[in-house]
Design a protein around this ligand. Structure first.
Ligand code: 13P
Ligand code: MG
Ligand code: MG
Length: 371
């Protein structure tokens, strides 16, 4: 049997100057730690998007390997220690614990692990988002796989015409476990769309080919504030999307991000903001926004990743960025009126205290006289 490749992605915000970007010294610590343990994996790449650091590893140890999880945990701890030495803001923000307990899942970082039997020409995109949540990808993923206007392969391929199975997770479910539903784009596109418009609650967590049963996309869906009373910060998900063959073409996968989605996050994590497609390493500096997404395109050969190409480094995206910046400026100008998230989604909880303090001052007027 052909050996499978595991692509493991771990992302965390462990501090920096404001919520802008990590210090290069922190990234260096991560690389030094990883390459000091290079026998565990076949290749590694470290990048930043906004204030988040993303590690991607190619290996053959399978998902949930304790060695790989501990390695990445300790790499983030090393970056946190550097952040503390530099007196960085929010040092260790996304690490719930400094003690490793066997698996990084549930400890704060966003994680995706995809096991694939490599095709000839195995190509995939790593998306990293900052100042937003997993639901930010709902509209784009629905279009890139399910809509013929975006996924032009649907016109040509009988395999693609069998549809894609979307696995949608209910983020309001308190567990134990995760509540999910599977819908096929070929027969249930309207139902899928009906769910996905509530992007705080229903988020896509994976996409499979109905024809082959293989996984083509995965999104990290860990909600930090539902697992910690004190955590401040957005989830800032990561996603992997395979391209070409039975999957959408690379251009079809990137195309939806020219639409400029309004997503939850930005400005103290409490407002709707536009999602800007950016080059890798772009800082976030205008009112903690707008929300951003980067796209790194890799090939893998036996678990060895090529150096990534930047999917949003092309003049088309400069135009999209300009449009996004205009929308962001306009929305900021009317904040907080009509732009704030629902109370339960607002990240900075002080506003709840302010509103609570005002409650005793309410009076009931025009009360009907009792007879
Ligand atoms: P991060 O999750 O990127 O740290 O964002 C924090 C925030 O919302 C600042 O406004
Ligand atoms: Mg931050
Ligand atoms: Mg962040």
């Amino acid at each position: 049997m052909k050996q499978k490749t595991t692509i493991s992605v771990f992302k965390a915000d462990v501090g920096g100057p404001g919520h802008m970007k990590p210090f290069p010294e922190m990234v260096r610590e991560i690389k030094t730690y990883l390459y000091g343990h290079g026998d565990l994996f076949k290749s590694a790449h470290v990048s930043t998007t906004g204030d988040d650091i993303t590690i991607i590893l190619g290996h053959s140890r399978g998902p949930n390997d304790p060695g790989i999880h501990e390695l990445c945990f300790k790499a983030f701890v090393a970056a946190t220690e550097m952040a503390k030495r530099m007196n960085a803001y929010a040092a260790g923000q996304d690490l719930f614990s400094t003690a490793f307990c066997g698996n990084l899942a549930g400890m704060g970082p966003q994680i995706i692990e995809m096991e694939v039997e490599e095709r000839g020409g195995e190509t995939f995109v790593l998306f990293c988002l900052d100042k937003t949540r997993a639901g930010a990808l709902n509209g784009a993923l629905r279009r890139m796989f399910g809509e013929v206007g975006t996924n032009t392969g649907l016109l040509h391929s009988s395999l693609m015409q069998q549809g894609y199975i979307f696995e949608v997770q209910d983020n309001y479910f308190e567990g134990p476990g995760e509540r999910v539903v599977r819908l096929n784009t070929r027969t249930e596109m309207a139902e899928l769309t009906a769910l996905l418009v509530n992007d705080d609650r229903y988020v896509i967590r994976s996409v499979m080919s109905a024809a082959t049963g293989e996984v083509g996309a995965m999104v990290s869906t860990f909600c930090l504030d539902r697992h910690s009373e004190t955590h401040v910060g957005k989830d800032d998900p990561v996603a992997l999307v395979r391209v070409q063959g039975v999957w959408p073409a690379l251009g079809d996968v990137l195309n939806p991000f020219s639409l400029i989605f309004l997503v939850a996050g930005g400005m103290r994590g409490s407002h709707r903001v536009p999602l800007m497609p950016v080059k890798v390493s772009t800082p976030v500096s205008d009112s903690d926004g707008p929300a951003v997404i980067s796209a790194q395109v890799f090939c893998t050969c036996g678990g060895v990743l090529t150096p990534p190409e930047d999917g949003f480094d092309q003049p088309t995206w400069d135009e999209v960025r300009r449009k996004t910046a205009k929308i962001a400026t306009w929305l900021r100008s009317i904040e907080p009126d009509g732009t704030t998230l629902p109370p339960e989604e607002i990240e900075y909880h002080g506003i709840h205290e302010t509103v609570k303090r005002l409650q005793p001052r309410f009076i009931v007027t025009n009360k009907p006289e009792s007879k």
